[in-house]
Every structure is written in C-alpha cells, then in structure tokens.
Design a protein around this ligand. Structure first.
Ligand code: TXA
Ligand code: MG
Length: 334
C-alpha cells in the first residue's frame, strides 16, 4: 500500500478526514503520542487498524472525539463524577472507560461492554476528528510491541506502507500516553498511569481514586494468575530492539552502577546507550523517554542502561510504568 504523507494544513486535513470517512486509516498527532485512526463505528476499518499494527484483536481502542458532548454517541452513562472529570481535564490526556452504547462495535472495544473515550488537546487532531464527522478509534501509531511514537518520523518508520496516510505534525508535547481511568465501578480506578495523576483526579473529584492491582512497580511483572482489566497490560510493550536493564536505587549508586555496567559491556564489545534523567525532572522524562528509546535503536546500540526515577505516585510513576515494561522487568537493584 502506498502511504500518503500529508502536511498539517487545512487542505491536507480535509483529505485525511475524507480517507477516514471512506474507511481508511490515518495516523495523526495528539498531545500525548501519535494515534492511528479509523472511524470507530466502521468495524472493517477498525479491523484494519489491528492488522496494520499487528495488534491482538482483544486489545481495545481508545475512541477520540472533538467535542465533549459527543461522548453521548458512545455511552449513556454520565455520572456526576464523569462530568466532573470531563469539565476538569478535557481536552487533555485523560481517557475515561465507560459503559458502551449498543451501537459501538465490539471490534472497537475488543469484545468489552465498555468503551474508552478521550478528547485530545491538539488542534490537528481536533480538526481531523470534527471534519471526519465521526468518533475516531485510535491506538498509538506504532507497530504493536514497539516504543510509542512521539514524532512524525517514528510513525513513518513503523507504518509507512501499512496505512493510507500519515499527517506529519509536530512532536508530541506530553510524550507518554493518556491516563486511563475506569469509571464503571464504585471507585474510579486507574488502569494506566499518565501525566494526570491520582492526586489530580482526587483533587477534582474530592474522593479516593485507586490503582488497578498489577500497576505497582514493587510487585514486578504481573503474575500468571493476574487477569488485567485493561487488556493492553498483558502484552509485551514498548520494547526497543536493544536489550535493556533498569538500574534502581539511591541516585548516586544508580549512577555508579550504570557507569560500571557500561564499562564492562563496552569491554566486551557491546555498544551501550544510557538513559538517565535529571533527578525529579519527571515531565521532561515523560516527554523524552520513548524518543530516547527510538533514537538509541537508530544508533544501533546493543544494550540500554536506564536509571529508575524515584517517584511512587506521580508523573515519575507513569514513566516508570513504561520503563519497566520496555525492559521486560529486567531490573538491577543497588
Ligand atoms: O494517549 C493515548 O491514549 C494514545 C493517543 C493516540 O490518544 N492512545 C493510546 O492507545 O495509547 P492504545 O491503544 O495504545 O492504548 C489504549 C489502552 C490499552 O491499554 C487498552 O487496553 C486500554 O487503553 N483500553 C481501551 N479500551 C478499554 C476498555 N474498554 N477497558 C479497559 N481498558 C481499555
Ligand atoms: Mg499503545
């Protein structure tokens, strides 16, 4: 398939919207990561997204809308808590899991009776969705299992020849995917951490928010018997081509252990890349992490040594969720 590389102009966004309306696939920028979009109500189009990404079809998609009120097309469940979160965080990097309307195809929700919805905070994305006149199902625009794409070139590397069009927009402002919160139970439950933190949600709601069990990094890789609520959590994720080790512990020890491992490995003929963010620079870490993984892969390193961030609850925790998965929970504690 020949992929059209489109620019971030009105004429090209109109073209892209036309492709979506006809059942085609378009990759586009959002504030978090690039998404690979299809008409959420078109089962065949959604099926092609799974194919293009090589994604297991029980892993549901996030449906993107351009006006908060369009959530009514997807769900009838609008509790006061849901309305509060929409008012506080949309447009923005927060995805709400709600009960789906019967009209939303099971293809889109991976067979679930719930649907994940968000309104992105990005002009290009909002213009594309509103011009397409349909909600847009969009997982991250990478090949399944590889690091999420935060720059147009990352998308082109993974999906050129596999999708109808890619909009070459700006680099993503946030750099990690949206916070996913399940609003279908009694207690709002975070299924995927992001830059909107549990504290942010609790402050808006005035009530306790919990993490889905299995998200705690101390527990390491989720056990065999753990049945994730968010199906995305059980797959190999974000993995660079290089081997990767996360070094965890007190900052100065982490630094010296990374130096030691680097020297040892280079002596053995390995090319080693290091990812070590400034202490407490969590927002920068979120912004740079996936881009760093992809750049190190482009350089062809054999091994990536990454320093763990010390933050058990906030944005650093969200970055660590990705870092540990990329490394396949390969952790050295010092
Ligand atoms: O920031 C983002 O959310 C990006 C941009 C493109 O918007 N999208 C994204 O999509 O990260 P994806 O498909 O890579 O991740 C969606 C996550 C998966 O972990 C999936 O399992 C979960 O959301 N999810 C989707 N629908 C769900 C549902 N009905 N119930 C529980 N989890 C759901
Ligand atoms: Mg993804």
């Amino acid at each position: 398939m020949k992929t059209k590389i489109l620019e971030n102009t009105k004429a090209d966004i109109d073209k892209a919207a036309g492709i979506l309306r006809k059942g085609g696939l378009v990759a586009f920028p959002t504030e978090t990561v690039y998404g690979l979009g299809a008409n959420a109500f078109d089962e065949d189009a959604v099926g092609r997204v799974y194919e293009a990404k090589g994604r297991p079809s029980d892993n549901p998609m996030i449906v993107h809308i351009s006006r908060a009120s369009d959530i009514g097309q997807l769900t009838r469940m609008l509790s006061p808590d849901i309305v509060t979160l929409i008012e506080n965080f949309w447009p923005g990097p927060l995805t709400l899991v709600v009960k789906k309307r019967p009209e939303v195809p099971y293809r889109t929700t991976g067979g679930l009776d719930t649907v994940a919805v968000r309104m992105p905070d990005n002009e290009t994305a909002l213009n594309l969705i509103s011009t397409a006149l349909c909600p847009v199902a969009a997982p991250s625009a990478n090949l399944s299992g590889s690091p999420s794409p935060t720059r147009a070139q990352d998308v082109i590397d993974d999906l050129d020849g596999r999708v109808d069009a890619i909009i070459r927009g700006e680099d993503c402002r946030v750099g990690i995917e949206s916070t996913v919160v399940d609003m279908t139970g009694d207690v709002p439950t975070i299924l995927r951490p992001g830059i909107i933190t549990a504290d942010n949600l609790e402050a808006a709601l005035g009530k306790k928010v919990v993490y889905d069990k299995g998200l705690s990094p101390e527990e390491g890789a989720p056990g065999e018997d753990y049945k994730p609520k968010s199906p995305g959590m059980k797959y190999k994720h974000y993995a660079p081509k290089a081997e990767m080790i996360v070094v965890e512990g007190e900052r100065s020890k982490v630094k010296s252990e990374i130096e030691r491992l680097k020297t040892l490995n280079e002596k053995l003929g390995n090319n080693v890349g290091v990812i070590l963010f400034e202490e407490k620079a969590f927002i920068e870490a979120a912004h740079d992490f996936f881009a760093r993984l992809r750049d190190l892969d482009r350089e062809g390193v054999d091994l990536i040594l990454a320093g763990a961030l010390s933050d058990t609850d906030g944005v650093g925790f969200a970055v660590m969720n990705r870092m540990l998965k990329s490394a396949g929970y390969n952790i050295v504690r010092v």
